[in-house]
Write a protein that binds this ligand. Structure first.
Ligand code: NDP
Length: 448
């Protein structure tokens, strides 16, 4: 082991001891540290002033009780989290996730990833994440509203347009942002539009924010394909999930001439050899709040499956857009043997370390989440800009800015990978490019 490898292994061992029982956080840090070995070999000053240890330790972790009353007048108690990870580049920025699997380790992994993602956008935003183990599935609108109000009754004192600006994530869409914003406005006694993003269009929201993560992921995919002289036109694409990110990734991929041959939810997956009827999917998921199995009942040529995996489908491109660790090493091998040449992560950390290694070995162009799904947070930052200037931009202008930002992220990712002799390795490129900007800011700002 070289001395740099030993030094990095030392950071990681200490992190494992101090953050026991948080495997997703360990996984996210391990991937970044692996890339940082390359940086430290060239620029050892990045280890000065305890920089790496400080980067891996959140600036602040807030955990709180969220009591609420269900429709049967029973008191329920959930746990709320907000991890304010790093504000060297700007106010903390990152979504809120409501899902029964949420715990501190999940929020820390998401907050850690968010630091580098936000840095890559080139916009002045730090990294944070939050959420709760509340399960919105099957809950009435009244229950969801009461939960959101109770959650915000604690969170509001920790956020603000210059401090911390939450947004949506799994289980938190436009409806929940509305309930959260309403309670914030009531408690703070001010209409501070910049305090949350993903708002409704008549009260400070931005056009394109709803579509941004899915569209951005497809724009990033296009760039990876362009680099190899190919395009989405005529390609077959698999998109996992059927939530906010997946729906708009499907829409944009098809708009650019691809056929989306499958999508999924946590119960099963749908094969759509003739492509997806996006209007029907939107109606089923966003309006009726039903399941993908209902789509298969209504769409001609579509079939629903609970056996096997969506990754068994044959395609040129795969866009995992559901959740963390949904694509394992064996899935990656199947995708490769079925001809997949491009993978871009719409979700956060959907591919396991083994899957990424399979893609690397087989020269699959792989866009990691912190680069490929940065379009959502980038457009949230554009929403903040519109709020600050009390302006609202057109759809085309905002989409143009998003497109430009995604091309910029691809370019800096690709050129950084080349600079460090790892051409085509977008994991290394994204980690190093995201890291250097934050690290330079932290070094300039002293030991804080
Ligand atoms: P949604 O809640 O809108 O949708 C999540 C989707 O993933 C649902 O279809 C859900 O199905 C499905 N899903 C969840 N768990 C599994 C599983 N184990 N297997 C298969 N499908 C599953 O969330 P988003 O679309 O907003 O977020 C999806 C991913 O994208 C997350 O990783 C999120 O962190 C990431 N992301 C989101 C951004 C955004 O702007 N919204 C920005 C950047 C990243 P079911 O209904 O059955 O639970």
């Amino acid at each position: 082991m070289s001395s740099i490898e030993q030094e990095v292994a030392g950071y990681y061992d200490k992190l494992l001891q101090r953050n026991a029982g948080e495997p997703e956080f360990h996984q996210a840090v391990a991937e970044v540290l692996d890339s940082l070995k390359i940086v430290l070999g060239k620029d050892p000053h990045y280890a000065d002033y305890g920089l790496i240890e400080r980067l891996c330790e959140p600036e602040r972790q807030i955990i709180f009780r969220v009591p609420w009353m269900d429709d049967n007048n029973q008191i329920r108690v959930n746990r709320g989290f907000r991890v304010q990870f790093n504000s060297a580049l700007g106010p903390y920025k990152g979504g809120l996730r409501f899902h029964p699997s949420v715990n501190l380790g999940i929020i820390k992994f998401l907050g850690f990833e968010q630091i580098f993602k936000n840095s890559l956008t080139g916009l002045p935003i730090g990294g944070g994440k939050g959420g709760s183990d509340f399960d919105p599935k099957g809950r009435s609108e009244g229950e969801i509203m009461r939960f959101c109000q109770s959650f915000m009754t604690e969170l509001w004192r920790h956020i603000g347009e210059y401090r911390d600006v939450p947004a949506g994530d799994i289980g938190v869409g436009g409806r929940e942002i509305g309930f959260l914003f309403g309670q914030y406005r009531r408690l703070a006694n001010q209409h501070e539009s910049g305090v949350l993003t993903g708002k409704g269009l008549t009260w400070g929201g931005s056009l394109v924010r709803t579509e941004a993560t899915g569209y951005g992921c497809v724009y990033f995919t296009e760039e990876m394909m362009k680099a190899k002289g190919e395009s989405l036109d005529g390609a077959n694409v698999i998109v996992s999930g059927s939530g906010n990110v997946a729906i708009y990734a499907i829409q944009k991929a098809q708009e650019l001439g691809a056929t989306v041959v499958g999508f999924s939810d946590s119960s099963g997956w749908v094969n759509t050899p003739n492509g997806v009827d996006v209007e029907l999917l939107h109606d089923i998921k966003e309006v009726r709040r039903a399941r993908v199995s209902d789509y298969a009942k209504e769409a001609e040529g579509a079939t629903y499956h609970e056996d096997g995996s969506i990754w068994d489908l044959k395609a040129d491109v795969a866009l995992p857009c559901a959740t963390q660790n949904e694509l394992h090493g064996e899935h990656a091998k199947t995708l490769v043997s079925n001809g997949v040449k491009y993978v871009a992560e719409g979700a956060n950390m959907p591919s396991t370390a083994e899957a990424i290694e399979v893609f690397r070995e087989n020269k699959v162009s792989f866009g990691p989440g912190k680069a490929a799904n940065a379009g959502g947070v980038a457009t949230s930052a554009l929403e903040m800009q519109q709020n600050a200037s009390r302006d609202s931009w057109t759809f085309d202008y905002t989409d143009g800015r998003l497109h430009q930002i995604m091309s910029g992220i691809f370019n800096v990712t690709a050129s950084t990978a080349e600079e460090y002799d790892r051409a085509g390795d977008y994991v290394v490129g994204a980690n190093i490019a995201g890291f250097k900007k934050v690290a330079d800011a932290m070094l300039a700002q002293g030991v804080v």
